[in-house]
Design a protein around this ligand. Structure first.
Ligand code: GRF
Length: 201
């Protein structure tokens, strides 16, 4: 019995792809990528899921819909699929404390900086790398952490440092952090947590 994993996405899905590739290399023996949920219609991550044979659904918060209603629909999808563990991979919505409390120490997130730097409210995507460049740090990286009610606030699982180059732009830096940190860390952390949860053992 493998730990059933749902991957929540919003965009390109390069981190989802890293998980898929790790699975296909046999590096995710304790986890099953059982479901992909996107909160954005048409996210390219959905195509990646389809190509990988992973069931994928859209669960989009309707305009003006209370967050609690959106999360209730999301929770119903997850429990319907008997999900044990959630991976936020480029997922751009903040989940409430109530939602997170349903999966204690079972939700992990990849953040593109070395937490506690450049994280929390408003730090996502290219903004994170722009902030690192604006500050003038010489090293950045990525962090995988458990998700709690504080944005990017949960216990840190793994981190990997990446050097900043003098001519970096937010785009070149994001790409390097993805290639050299995110896409390496997330599959390893996913396997470690899936093994730790050891569902059904
Ligand atoms: C990127 O900014 C990545 O650093 C962060 O989420 C964004 C999109 O990731 N984790 P993905 O390509 O959708 O996985």
């Amino acid at each position: 019995m493998k730990t059933r994993i749902a991957v929540l996405v919003s965009g390109g899905g390069t981190n989802l792809q890293a998980l898929i590739d790790a699975r296909d290399r046999g590096e995710l023996p304790h986890g099953e990528l059982a479901l992909v949920v996107s909160n954005k219609e048409g996210a390219y991550a959905l195509e990646r899921a389809e190509k990988a044979g992973i069931p994928a659904v859209v669960c989009q918060r309707a305009k003006g819909e209370p967050r609690g209603d959106f999360e209730a629909r999301l929770l119903a999808i997850l429990s319907g699929a008997k999900i044990d563990m959630i991976i936020l991979a480029g997922f751009m919505a903040i989940l409430s404390a109530d939602f997170v409390s349903r999966y204690p120490e079972r939700i992990i997130n990849i953040h593109p900086s070395l937490i506690p730097s450049f994280c929390g409210e408003g730090y996502y995507g290219l903004r994170v790398h722009r902030a690192a460049l604006d500050y003038g740090v010489k090293v950045t990286g990525a962090t995988v952490h458990f998700v709690n009610e504080v944005p990017d606030g949960g216990r840190i699982i793994a981190q990997k440092a990446v050097d900043i180059m003098p001519d970096d732009t937010p785009e070149t830096l994001q790409r390097r952090v993805m290639e050299q940190a995110e896409w390496i860390l997330l599959p390893r952390a996913a396997e470690a947590v899936a093994k730790e949860l050891g569902m059904g053992e």
